[in-house]
Ligand binder design. Structure first.
Ligand SMILES: Nc1ncnc2c1ncn2[C@@H]1O[C@H](COP(=O)(O)OP(=O)(O)OP(=O)(O)O)[C@@H](O)[C@H]1O
Ligand SMILES: [Mg+2]
Length: 504
């Protein structure tokens, strides 16, 4: 045995020696010939071409649309051929997908092709700031003789078919930058659940003219791809929804997403540490999406930050990172490192997120801010062009009430409606409160009971408002008399001053 190994070793050594001699003494042309020959020899033994399609691509790990299209295309092949499958429940039916390390076979114009799902496991020993990630990819293998047909025709066929299947079975998603455990430690990555909110414009209590205006605006936007390209603007639009709590801002966001059939990306800004992380999130957003930042006034200390940060110029982002690393090092040194989660996203970072150069990376996108206090927001953030539509969601009017009564009680008219109409004009009550009072409190509660309860609530709210106004009036009166006192004081002081001047 030892002799055989010895012989093999000496043959290998002489081959390596020959190769070194060839490299050193043979002319360049001859070397090329030898390379080509060895390539042909390798092709004889393994004449296949392999193409990888990764799930995420680029430094920012953007979702690769080709991967999703291939996944859709392979579903029927997988359910027929693969032995290990993964099952998902999509639109009330089961969807079977091939598991990792499985292979399926396809045929196109007489060419046989193999698809496999693989996983690239990152070497966890390497030092990295990012958590170890496993990269999934589809591997397509075919004979090198069909390279032309496969790259020109077959792949187009797969992508087109896959996209069409995707549109048919499209389940919209609700993405968040917080993990499902709520620890918001997802650093620039999105996680998602299936978006199933039932809100629609039909059930939304709102002034009908305003509602029509929004629907028209959205319809125009969704059909305006060429228009935006012609005027040289990225295909996106900003909405600012403002109004008191419970007036339907979040409900309107869901209704808009349902109307356009877009995904929702719900950003928790306080969980984003730096502008760079915000940009990473932005790159991960696909087209046909609604990006929403709820309660923007509470999300960050944004007012006036742009000016401060503009002073520090371009180095702002680097400063953020440096500070963050510095703070972490100091914390580690102090023995109390828990990870720095305080957000350093600035107003300029947010403005760049909305309409910087990076924001045009994938079109057909709506950006929505909601707030209870529009007056608190920096004008730069909400100016037209950034937030193109400003929609005020206000207290419930009679039209809104009729819509809620139709939804909750299935009635379109009732003898108590007139009384309610009068009371709604004199009171501020949110649609959320109206809806709550219209909900049956016991099984089989009749319409009249629900409406009478609402009337009761409206009357008490009117009385409360009256008492509050009276109190305020009294307070103002007291203040005014205080003001007069001080005026008299002033007159007295003036007189004393004049006397003093005379004396002198
Ligand atoms: N305009 C409306 N039409 C229909 N239902 C509404 C409307 N406004 C509120 N509601 C009802 O009240 C509930 C609360 O509404 P929503 O969460 O949309 O209010 P909001 O304006 O987002 O409040 P907040 O400012 O506190 O976030 C909803 O679940 C919905 O049932
Ligand atoms: Mg809300």
């Amino acid at each position: 045995m030892g002799e055989i190994w010895g012989l093999f070793g000496s043959k290998l050594a002489s081959l390596l020696f020959m190769w070194a001699m060839i490299q050193r003494y043979f002319p360049h042309q001859l070397q090329n010939l030898i390379y080509k020959f060895s390539e042909k020899l390798a092709n004889l033994f393994y004449p296949y071409v392999e193409i990888k399609f990764f799930e995420y691509t680029g430094e920012y790990m953007k979702t690769n649309e080709a991967f999703s299209a291939i996944e859709n295309y392979l579903t029927s092949l997988s359910s027929n051929q693969a032995k290990k499958l993964k099952c998902e429940f999509v639109k009330q039916s089961l969807l079977l997908k091939m598991d990792e390390q499985e292979e399926v076979y396809d045929e196109f114009e007489g060419i046989k092709l193999t698809w496999g799902l693989r996983k690239l496991i990152r070497n966890t020993k390497s030092v990295s700031f990012y958590p170890a990630e496993d990269k999934r990819y589809y591997l397509l293998t075919f004979h090198c003789r069909y390279r032309g047909v496969v790259t020109k025709s077959y792949l187009n066929h797969v992508l087109e078919q896959g996209k069409a299947i995707g549109l048919r079975k499209r389940q919209r998603k609700l993405y968040t930058n917080c993990t499902s455990y709520g620890d918001c430690d997802n650093k620039g990555r999105w996680s998602h659940v299936i978006f199933e909110h039932p809100a629609s414009f039909e059930t939304l209590a709102m002034d009908p003219h305003k509602k029509k205006e929004i629907i028209d605006d959205l319809t125009t936007f969704s059909k305006a791809k060429e228009y935006y390209a012609r005027i040289g603007k990225p295909w996106k639009r900003g909405y600012l929804l403002y109004g008191p709590p419970g007036t339907g801002k979040s409900t309107l966001v869901a209704a808009i997403a349902n109307f356009l059939r877009y995904d929702i990306y719900d950003i928790e800004l306080t969980a984003v540490q730096t502008n760079a992380e915000l940009r990473k999130l932005l790159i991960g957003i696909t087209s046909k999406s609604v990006v929403v930042i709820e309660d923007i006034d509470c999300s960050l200390e944004l007012t006036g930050q742009r000016e401060t940060n503009l002073d520090s110029g371009k180095g702002e982002e680097q400063n953020n990172m440096v500070t963050s690393v510095k703070e972490q090092v100091e914390s580690v040194a102090a023995g109390n490192f828990k990870g720095n989660r305080s957000s350093k996203v600035t107003l300029s970072g947010l403005l760049n997120f909305i309409d910087g150069i990076w924001s045009a990376s994938s079109g057909e996108r709506l950006i929505i801010f909601t707030t209870n206090y529009v007056e608190k927001l920096d004008q730069a953030l909400i100016r037209r062009g950034r937030m193109d539509m400003h929609v005020e969601l206000s207290y419930c009017g009679f039209e809104g009430f009729k819509m809620l009564a139709k939804n909750y009680l299935s009635v379109e008219s009732h003898y108590l409606f007139d009384a309610i109409c009068g009371l709604l004009e004199e009171t501020n009550i949110t649609p959320a409160d109206v809806a709550e009072n219209l909900m049956p409190k016991v099984a089989c509660e009749d319409v009249e009971t629900s409406l009478k309860r609402l009337i009761q609530v409206l009357r008490s709210s009117k009385e409360e408002a009256r008492l509050k106004a009276k109190k305020e009036e009294e307070n103002t009166g007291t203040n005014e008399s205080n003001g007069q006192d001080s005026l008299e004081d002033k007159k007295e002081k003036d007189a004393k001053y004049k006397e003093l001047v005379k004396e002198h």
